[in-house]
Structures are given as structure tokens and as C-alpha cells.
Design a protein around this ligand. Structure first.
Ligand code: SAH
Length: 232
């Protein structure tokens, strides 16, 4: 059984042509990107590192990590998103190697190969997130870094991430997120530990509606990121 939901992939494929429009459906990812990039770089020192971006989509994070001096590979299972990622990389001149392959299949082919693995805003779209976390753990070198981000599961997250973002602010298309797939930080930490990844830091991502900016905070009740290290 493959760890992928075709319906989820289709949602992203249909929107792929809009990926790099900073004012379209992926606007939140564009606005969030500098914040998460700095946080990843501060922990993992991206310069000259071998980085794998899982569920890379159109490559917003992948390209930005390459501009920090990392050698980046991006994988996804949406061929349209990868097509857009490839084209954008050609246009921008920022080199990223993209491939349509699952995390699990790449883990079987290239175990222990990456200094840094990122898996952002993707776990809440897969049927078996623990399996994806385990694949991330297999792909990273001993002592290497793995970064996740996802949505917490509680009434407040439902209100803000689904009702607020999709229905009221119309920041995201309706149906972008399925509440049942949201993941509590304690659950993600358990998936990580079960795969020999040690959670090092958890940060909340808070949207400030007045300034319209995302910032890091200690409030993990909606969007959050987790930095983990693979046991040496
Ligand atoms: N990580 C990127 C994109 C997030 S959107 C960023 O944060 O900027 C979620 C992405 O996950 C989409 O590109 C979608 O195609 C991809 N995705 C969903 N299920 C997947 C799976 N099982 N394997 C690989 N990619 C998947």
C-alpha cells in the first residue's frame, strides 16, 4: 500500500500553475517562507549541506534553501507541481534537482544520504504520517536534521485553519485541509521518537492579521514546526 492520497495530490496539481504567484492560493507559503527558512538555517547551517525537501510542490522552500548555499533535491508525487518547479528553477537560475518519487521509495534507494531533510506542510495530506516520518529518518544521516511543519488538531486550529483561512479570509481554497488529518505536536513527537529522531525544538507559526505577517512564537496551537535530530 502506498502512502499517498490521490485526491490530495489532485488538489495541488490543479493549482500548480499558480504556485509562484505571490498573491494567489499559495500566498501563505510565500509569506511564511522567509520565517521558516531562517529558522531552518539557524539550526542546520545550510551552506554546503546536502538537503532533501519532501513534498516540495513548486519549490518555494527548495529554491530558497539553495540560495543559502545548500545542494537541494526536491521530491513530490504531483507531476504538475514538479513541472512548475523545474520551469521556475530554469527561469530563476537557482538549481534544484527535482524527482517524482515517494519518500519511502527514495529511502530504500538512498538511505542515510542527507544532512538535512525538510517535510513542510505535507504530513497533513498523507494517509500514514508516521510512515513518512520514518522515511525522513531513514533518509537523513546520523546526527543530521529533520524539519517538519503541520497543523495542530484542536477546536482552535479548526476554527482558524479551516473556517478562518478557507471560508472567511478566503486565504486558502475550500477543501485545502482535512481536519481529521491534523496532527498534535505530541503525536508528531511520538512518530519522531519511534523513528530515532529526537525532537529538539517546537515553534508555533502565528499569523498576525493586522500586519499580515507570519512570525515564530511559542503558541503551537495552530501551525507549528518541529526540528529533530537523528540519533548519531
Ligand atoms: N512543502 C511545500 C509544499 C506544501 S503543499 C511548501 O511548504 O512550500 C503540499 C505538497 O505535498 C504538495 O506539493 C503535494 O503534491 C505534496 N504531497 C501530498 N502528498 C504527498 C505524498 N504522499 N508524497 C509526496 N508529496 C506529497
Amino acid at each position: 500500500m502506498t502512502n499517498v492520497d490521490p485526491h490530495e495530490l489532485q488538489k495541488f496539481s490543479e493549482l500548480a500553475h499558480r504556485w509562484w504567484d505571490p498573491n494567489a492560493e499559495f500566498k501563505p507559503l510565500h509569506e511564511l517562507n522567509p520565517v521558516r527558512l531562517d529558522w531552518i538555517d539557524a539550526h542546520a547551517h545550510l551552506m554546503s549541506k546536502r538537503v532533501l525537501d519532501i513534498g516540495c510542490g513548486g519549490g518555494i522552500l527548495s529554491e530558497s534553501m539553495a540560495t543559502r548555499g545548500a545542494t537541494v533535491k526536491g521530491i513530490d508525487l504531483s507531476s504538475s507541481a514538479l513541472g512548475v518547479a523545474d520551469l521556475h528553477s530554469l527561469e530563476s537560475g537557482v538549481e534544484v534537482a527535482y524527482e517524482e518519487i515517494s519518500a519511502e521509495a527514495l529511502a530504500a534507494r538512498e538511505p542515510g544520504s542527507y544532512d538535512v531533510v525538510t517535510c513542510m506542510e505535507m504530513l497533513e495530506h498523507v494517509p500514514n504520517p508516521a510512515g513518512t516520518v520514518a522515511a525522513c529518518a531513514s533518509l537523513v544521516k546520523p546526527g543530521g536534521w529533520v524539519f517538519f511543519s503541520t497543523l495542530n488538531r484542536n477546536p482552535k486550529a479548526y476554527l482558524f485553519a479551516v473556517i478562518g483561512a478557507e471560508y472567511i479570509a478566503r486565504m486558502l481554497p475550500r477543501g485545502t485541509h482535512d481536519y481529521a488529518r491534523f496532527i498534535k505536536p505530541s503525536e508528531l513527537a511520538n512518530f519522531a521518537r519511534a523513528a530515532s529522531l529526537l525532537p529538539v525544538e517546537i515553534k508555533g507559526i502565528t499569523y498576525r492579521p493586522i500586519s499580515k505577517h507570519f512570525g515564530l512564537s511559542n503558541d503551537t496551537s495552530i501551525n507549528y514546526m518541529m526540528a529533530c535530530r537523528r540519533e548519531a
